[in-house]
Design a protein around this ligand. Structure first.
Ligand code: CUV
Ligand code: SF4
Length: 658
């Protein structure tokens, strides 16, 4: 009996080697065991995912249910109202898109709020850092700029971009950036977004009990909603943040937990909105606060980012980054974090307990996101320093009272981050002829096989970072240039792929391009909302010419190998809608062999969009993406060029060897 109980317990022990390939996180998980601390890794280990939910075979949209269908016999049963498996799955999927899109668009709208207040002179702590981008953007969407003051242009830009959210009829402003043929497809299908608020509202309406009950029609609105995110709210968030805080250019920066400093006051910002982080940047540079820190016995104040806030700040300013989504709890186990300030999205409630264990001060700052057990100090754009100064002051107090031993993993990797689409343009084309022509040329001549976006979260249901790293390594080995955002960018940065020297891991064609330009084979472009940079780059590639006339023609693919959030589903769907083959890992919330599954995985492509794909294994994922890229190369008639260039290069090597 005794033995049996013990055995049962053992099966619940977390196998750290299977949980993560991040050594710092592994070290902290070992410490967690010693300290008796629980994290999401442990909870995922003991809590089995609900199998019916995992298949999206249940509905709780009304109180005649909740209804459960049978994934093994999907058409054997319908809900009480008669809803079929396709309706139920399409509705669940649609609501994930709506929630994800709402998160991104609400974030974007907050950035636009700050912009308006800056332009009107009501907010003085932020300014317009990139007036050149402001003007270029205004011009691009049809605002008169010639001979006008920046302030006037900015006012018009605000009014124009507000339509992204509030417009009830017509097309959102950034539709002007979409390649003509792609836009034509969207118009034909009636999915050009009007305004994000309208699309999300309609999506929620249509998924109410007894409204839209045809999976194809539901998906149409999912598409429209997702596009209002990618080409709407997310794009506004990126562009306005660049205008206010600066457009990223390459910058050297460190990642991993070794960025924490034992002898300094460590402050972490985790969440998504750059205004909080920017203000914190000011706070930690304030001489009075620095003096307070040194008076408390610290060598200084050390500001570090995490998750997407961090990905955005490492890209824009080279602020060190301590780790991605699955490391936010474990980083607190170091005992070195004096304060963590969070705003919105991807903030685990579990942080409260871990913070408590180590006496770390955890602060919520956004009126949208309080957490029971965390102290709330509201962040207010008109007086941002009030919040961030207070957090630093509390961090100093915690530093002074540190009692528990600190253990910081001595692991830190350096790399180059901050490739905005503007910079990619400049890097490849040079100052005077900045353009995507050289990129297109290198794709056409076959040195670069194609382009992939590898993005998204980490998830305790799979080994942290492993799928990201293996997938990207495989892609670059096969000459696919990889663009990255969010937690995936951090996974690869930790693995050392952001060093220009990592070019030696690339295939000979891609390596040659990287070495000529001096860039790493993997380009980090920022946070999740910055996936819009990848859309803009793709649109630019179409416009430059030679690679077909719509985005679906490009030899390109996308992946979110360790996704977990509803935002990821919205991102995936706007990439698919834009013409990209997008492969997700971990799990896909749909029963196979249903009409809805077929619609997403095949049907959409047949009518001119991209399509969804799924694979758990990174090599299988790479295989699917590369096969798609090769299919597109063939359709473009450039498959032969690649065979030639590869032949040339090995010939040249042979010559050298001889
Ligand atoms: Ni917005 S959405 S875990 S922080 S990438 Fe990271 Fe990224 Fe996913 Fe969240
Ligand atoms: Fe069941 Fe239909 Fe109600 Fe959903 S909407 S819970 S399927 S009765």
């Amino acid at each position: 009996m005794e033995k049996e109980i013990k055995k049962k317990k053992d099966t619940k022990v977390l196998d750290i080697k299977e949980a993560t390939i991040c050594e710092a996180t592994a070290q902290m998980l070992k410490k967690a065991e010693k300290d008796g601390v629980e994290t999401a890794f442990h909870r995922a280990n003991t809590m089995k995912a609900c199998p019916i939910g995992a298949d999206s075979a249940c509905c709780k949209h009304c109180s005649m249910g909740p209804c459960r269908l049978n994934a093994k016999d999907p058409y054997g049963k319908v809900g009480v109202c008669g809803a079929t498996i396709d309706t139920i799955q399409a509705r669940n999927f649609a609501r994930m898109v709506a929630t994800g899109a709402a998160a991104h668009t609400d974030h974007g709208m907050s950035m636009l709020d700050v912009f308006r207040e800056v332009v009107n002179g009501n907010v003085k702590d932020y300014t317009i850092k990139d007036p050149i981008k402001l003007e270029a953007l205004a011009k691009e969407i049809g605002i008169e700029v010639e001979g006008r003051e920046t302030e006037d242009i900015a006012k018009d830009l605000y009014k124009e971009l507000e339509r992204t959210y509030t417009q009830v009829e017509g097309e959102i402003p950034f539709m002007k950036r979409v390649p003509e043929k792609t836009l034509e497809t969207w118009r034909k299908h009636g999915v050009v977004p009007r305004g994000a608020m309208r699309e999300i509202m309609e999506m929620m309406h249509r998924t109410h009990m007894g409204v839209d009950q045809h999976y194809e029609n539901i998906t149409k609105q999912s598409t429209r909603t997702a596009l209002s995110d990618g080409w709407g709210g997310s794009m506004v968030a990126t562009e306005i943040s660049d205008i206010l805080f600066g457009t990223p250019t390459p910058v050297r920066a460190d990642v991993d937990m070794g960025c924490l400093k034992e002898d300094q006051v460590n402050v972490i910002i985790h969440g998504h909105e750059p205004n909080l982080f920017e203000s914190m940047l000011d706070s930690v540079s304030d001489p009075t606060l620095i003096k307070a820190a040194t008076d408390a016995g610290a060598e200084g104040i050390n500001l570090v980012g995490m998750c997407c806030s961090g990905a955005e700040m490492i890209s824009r300013h080279g602020i060190p980054h301590a780790g991605n989504f699955m490391s936010t709890e474990t980083v607190l186990i170091t005992g070195a974090v004096d304060a963590m300030g969070v705003d919105v999205q991807c903030i685990k409630q579990g942080l409260v307990k871990v913070a408590e264990c180590y006496g770390t001060k955890l602060f919520t700052t956004n009126p949208r996101a309080h957490i029971e057990g965390a102290e709330h100090i509201e962040f207010e754009e008109h007086e941002p320093r009030k919040c961030t100064d207070a957090i630093v002051e509390m961090a100093i107090v915690r530093f002074k009272n540190r009692t528990l031993p600190v253990e910081i993993p001595n692991i830190k990797t350096t790399g180059i981050h901050g490739f905005s689409h503007e910079y990619i343009n400049y890097m490849l084309g040079g100052t005077f002829r900045g353009s995507y022509t050289p990129l297109n040329d290198n794709i056409i001549n076959g040195r670069i096989r194609g382009v992939a976006g590898v993005v998204g979260c980490t998830n305790p249901r799979v080994k942290q970072d492993y799928v990201h790293v293996e997938l990207v390594k495989e892609l670059i080995k096969k000459d696919v240039l990889v663009l990255q955002t969010g937690c995936s960018q951090i996974s690869l940065a930790k693995a050392g792929l952001y060093k220009p020297e990592a070019a030696h891991l690339a295939g000979s064609g891609l390596r040659e391009v990287c070495e000529t330009v001096g860039m790493p084979p993997v380009l980090g472009v920022g946070s999740c909302v910055d996936n819009s940079r990848i859309l803009i780059a793709a649109a630019e590639m179409v416009k430059v010419g030679g690679l077909g006339d719509c985005m679906a023609d490009l030899p390109a693919a996308g992946a979110a190998p360790e996704w977990m959030s509803e935002k990821a589903i919205s991102i995936g769907h706007y990439f698919v809608a834009s013409g990209v083959y997008t492969v997700f890992g971990v799990t896909f919330p749909i029963v196979e062999e249903t009409k809805f599954h077929k619609h997403l995985f095949e049907g959409l492509e047949e009518v001119g969009y991209g399509k969804w794909g799924f694979a758990k294994d990174p090599r299988e994922m790479a295989r699917l993406m590369i096969a798609h890229i090769d299919k597109k190369r063939k359709a473009l008639g450039i498959d032969k060029a690649r065979e030639r260039v590869l032949m040339d290069m090995s010939d040249r090597r042979d010559l050298k060897a001889a």
